[in-house]
Design a protein. Structure first.
Ligand code: SAM
Length: 345
């Protein structure tokens, strides 16, 4: 399993093409699992190049499926490739690939959302956070309904240096629906600026690599797909707990077209809403009539710091959720409502 810089023969021997394997194992893409395969090896090679040099690297590929991207990763010289695939139909084809690359590929039949990647690689590959990233990469072309929750989970892992980031600033190269790529990379003032732009950019350098047209996939998805590369920052741009930042940003973007103070108000219970909102905006020195999309990360940093200070004085604030207050109000209103005797049950 140890990655060595002297890998003798890195190219795979001749194998059936991915298309032939799909036919051989009758690997029909499951629409309900949003399976869209990349069979063009020039495109999978291009995707893999976005990760940088993989010579002698440890790589985790998420959702290898029929193994097109997997071949490109092996051909790029990865010394230790761990693939995590949920759908058992792909395992025999992946075993064939693994036999063609002896001692270089490990297969986990499992779910990437629960897989403990911190246990998947040797501790010796770790690099201190402040140094260059470790020689470990996460690469994947996942279904969109998995890649978005997964990147949010991994952003939290980055903030806490857990999961794949126990090894240091592990880099990620992943595909997303083009719309999500626009949001992940949107800068201040852009129409697409949203919650996920702030969450990703305060923790990582986020690079939009290239767009893969829908017709490159089999079957063709409804939308185009983009490739994004993430490198965790040595120093996150906001130094507050992830959950606190997430709460402030979620509230700010609740009313994305209104002035930002509208969303910030919802951080506080009705009784003290006006007073604490004003205090928080003043403390942060942020203009309350800026729109959420106009806020820079330093603005958000100042707002989270002001909110953290208010919570330090009044710890109950941290647990306060506007939607929960609303739900309880509805419940008690409904309880008080007289039963309409004219309605039959
Ligand atoms: N990487 C292949 C390619 O580019 O052709 C397949 C891409 S297909 C969009 C997504 C793959 O991820 C499928 O093989 C699917 O079974 C797998 N997958 C979906 N959800 C997963 C999960 N939670 N954990 C691991 N694999 C998953």
């Amino acid at each position: 399993m140890a990655a060595s810089s002297k890998v003798p023969s890195l190219r795979l021997p001749p194998l059936p093409t991915v298309g032939e394997l799909i036919k051989l194992y009758k690997l029909r893409a499951e629409k309900q699992l949003s399976q869209n395969f990349l069979l063009d090896l020039r495109l999978t090679d291009k995707l893999v190049r976005q990760a940088g040099s993989l010579r002698g690297a440890h790589v985790c590929e998420v959702g290898p499926g029929p193994g097109g991207l997997t071949r490109s990763i092996l051909n790029a010289g990865a010394a230790d490739l761990l693939v995590v695939e949920k759908d058992s139909r792909f395992i025999p084809g992946l075993k064939l690939l693994s036999e063609a690359a002896p001692d270089r590929m490990r297969i986990v039949h499992g779910d990437i959302l629960t897989y403990r990647m911190d246990r998947g690689f040797p501790a010796q590959i770790s690099k201190p956070w402040e140094e260059d990233p470790p020689n470990l990469h996460i690469i994947g072309n996942l279904p969109f309904n998995v890649s978005t929750p997964l990147i949010i989970k991994w952003l939290e892992n980055i903030a806490n240096r857990t999961g794949p980031f126990t090894f240091g600033r592990t880099q990620l190269t992943l595909t997303f629906q083009k719309e999500v790529v626009e949001r992940l990379t949107a800068s201040t003032g852009c129409r697409q600026r949203s919650r996920i732009s702030i969450m990703a950019q305060y923790l990582c350098t986020v690079r939009k690599c290239f767009v893969i047209p829908g017709q490159a996939f089999v079957p063709k998805p409804e939308v185009d797909v983009g490739v994004v590369h993430f490198t965790p920052l040595v120093q996150p741009q906001i130094q507050q707990p992830f959950k606190l930042v997430e709460k402030v940003v979620r509230n700010i973007f609740q009313f994305r077209r209104k002035h930002c103070h509208k969303g910030i108000e919802r951080l506080f219970p009705e009784v003290c809403r006006a007073e604490l909102t004003q205090e928080m905006m003043q403390q942060a020195d942020v203009d309350p009539v800026l729109r959420p999309t106009e806020l820079t990360i330093p603005h958000v940093r100042a707002l989270t710091e002001a909110y953290a200070q208010l919570c330090a004085h009044e710890p109950d604030l941290l647990g306060y959720e506007f939607r929960e207050e609303l739900r309880l109000k509805h419940l008690s209103r409904n309880k008080r409502m007289p039963v309409d005797s004219t309605k039959s049950s």
